[in-house]
Design a binder for this molecule. Structure first.
Ligand code: F6P
Length: 535
């Protein structure tokens, strides 16, 4: 183990023995010392189990891992995605005038212009259905990075959505297609097929069903007028029959889970319009400027990444919860699951050798306050310590009496309860004061005690507007980058999804009736059981 890791470990061992309550008592300036601001975003790290020495140890870890050189390499367009021999420049998609040094960078601005014009055309009715009337509904078909980003963002920015209704179909389960299209009229619906490769089984299956659904009413020609596509595979989009003026490309240096900034954002642009989409890009760009230029000790994505490593490797957390106290961020945890776990769920380093440290924790979450009434019990009193990221807006969009004040109070209450808990003595005193008998206190007090000392970060922003959403997504992208840099893994490939895909392909004929001879006993048994149940 390197000296930087040894130092960080020693700091962690020291801090494990000190309760967060005591850290706050010892230093009333913790908020001032351990919170950071940029562009209206505040990140409060004071309820993490860190102090100045721990932070310095983490910064030394960043130094040792060459995080700043790796950051430079990414922005310089170096082929840091080694296993696919690709640059990683999703940042260029949100910075059309950025002058990035990569083939295709000069196409970013004209492509953005084209797809935003198309979005505006759909919104105004200038891009019309086959009968010349406007589209009222848009169905986006994609999966993973070609779905989660726009689906999450359209949900997040509902107050800005003044275009046609936008729907999403991802799952190859026909229920998704059937339930989404049930109430839609093909004559009024535009279908956008979103797939980087244009080969993904789920997406191509749904796209074919959508084409059939359109053609059944409009005929093949009419169906074509209701199709658009976003892909890097222009040959395949042409083969599928999408007219070239309705195809919007992107480049191999934008990974699927980082593609919301590219034409994959088209459904969002149709929902909120070009101006707000540009504000969304600007929010992402502002975070890039901060990440590239702020000193490491004040750099929010850098600190979040380092604290991610601290939580995972030095404090032993195996999972992390993301709890937006912002209902419209309901899909944000799911979005982050792909961003972080597909990026950093790796077991070998960039040089192919096994990693020396545990990598990405499980990321999960649900909006508060709902989550308080389901799994927060475990966060407060379960046997595992699960660090939490809380997200909270200062202002709501709705002028609804005291809803937002109550939402805010609940969010602050949860991080406080997790950090400080309630000791058994406090419980005893409280129970005695309300007249509970001594023997009952003895029995109940352990159940009513909160250990506390459970870390969290709180992110506060003014309002969930397009720029803020862009800011938040870019923040988590860079946080994920920093963690990968420390672990020395490639955050930009996803070989782990390939085996399942290949096996599904080879099993399909057996599901459809071919003999399952030669299959393992479990798979063969399940195939037979399913066949018996079907008949
Ligand atoms: O299966 C994983 C994955 O390759 C993701 O990385 C990607 O976002 C998703 O599938 C969809 O891929 P595509 O955009 O090529 O259809």
């Amino acid at each position: 183990m390197s000296s930087a890791w040894k130092l960080a470990r020693a700091e962690a061992e020291r801090l494990k023995a000190i309760h967060l309550r005591d850290l706050f008592v010892a230093d009333p300036e913790r908020f001032k010392k351990f919170s950071r601001q940029t562009d209206g975003l505040t990140a409060d790290f004071s309820k993490e189990k860190i102090d100045e020495d721990a932070l310095n140890a983490l910064l030394a870890l960043a130094d040792e891992a060459g995080v700043t050189a790796k950051r430079y390499a990414m922005f310089a367009g170096e082929r840091i995605n080694l296993t696919e021999d690709r640059a990683v420049l999703h940042v260029a998609a949100r910075d059309p005038e950025g002058g990035y040094d990569v083939s295709g960078a000069d196409e970013v601005a004209p492509t953005l212009e084209r797809f935003l014009n198309f979005a505006e055309g759909v919104r105004s009715g200038a891009v019309a259905a086959s009968d010349g009337k406007p589209f009222t509904d848009v169905v986006s078909i994609g999966i993973g990075g070609s779905d989660l980003g726009p689906a999450m963002a359209v949900r997040a920015l509902v107050p800005y959505a003044d275009g046609p209704n936008v729907h999403f179909i991802a799952n190859v389960d026909g229920a998704d297609f059937a339930d989404t299209t049930r109430k839609l009229d093909p004559a009024r619906t535009l279908v956008i097929v979103q797939s980087k490769t244009f080969t993904t089984q789920e997406t191509m299956t749904n796209a074919q069903s959508a084409r059939n659904w359109l053609a059944a009413l409009l005929g093949e020609e009419g169906a074509n007028a209701h199709l658009a596509a976003v892909s890097t595979n222009l040959e395949a989009t042409a083969e599928f029959g999408v007219s070239p003026d309705r195809v919007f490309g992107f480049w191999d240096w934008i990974g699927g889970r980082y593609s919301i900034w590219s034409a994959i954002g088209l459904p969002l642009a149709i929902a909120i319009g070009a101006e707000d989409f540009r504000a969304f890009l600007a929010g992402g760009r502002a975070m890039d400027v901060h990440f590239r230029s702020a000193p490491l000790a004040d750099n929010i994505p850098m600190l979040m990444g380092l604290i991610g490593v601290w939580r995972r490797n030095l404090m032993g957390a195996t999972s992390v919860a993301v709890i937006p106290y912002d209902e419209r961020l309901a899909r944000f945890p799911a979005y982050l699951q792909q961003l972080t776990m597909e990026s950093n769920g790796k077991r070998v380093r960039r040089d192919g050798l096994p990693v020396e440290h545990a990598t990405c924790p499980v990321v999960w979450g649900e909006p508060g306050t709902n989550a308080q009434h389901s799994f927060f019990q475990l966060l407060h009193q379960g046997t595992d310590v699960i660090p939490v990221d809380f997200l909270l807006a200062a202002e709501p969009h709705e002028a609804l009496s005291d809803h937002h004040a109550k939402l805010t109070a609940n969010c602050l209450a949860q991080s406080k309860a997790l950090a400080f808990g309630k000791t058994i003595d406090e419980v005893r005193t409280e129970m005695a004061a309300s007249g509970v008998a001594e023997d009952k206190i003895g029995k109940l007090a352990p159940h009513r005690t909160f250990p506390g000392d459970r870390p969290s970060t709180t992110l506060v922003y003014r309002k969930l507007d397009p720029a803020t959403l862009g800011h938040l997504i870019a923040l988590y992208e860079h946080k994920t980058f920093v963690e990968a840099a420390i672990w020395d893994i490639n955050a930009f490939d996803q070989w782990g999804v390939e085996l399942g895909k290949a096996l599904a392909k080879s099993l399909l004929p057996m599901v459809e009736g071919k003999s399952s001879e030669g299959e393992d006993a479990s798979t063969a048994g399940l195939l037979k059981t399913l066949k018996d149940l079907r008949s």
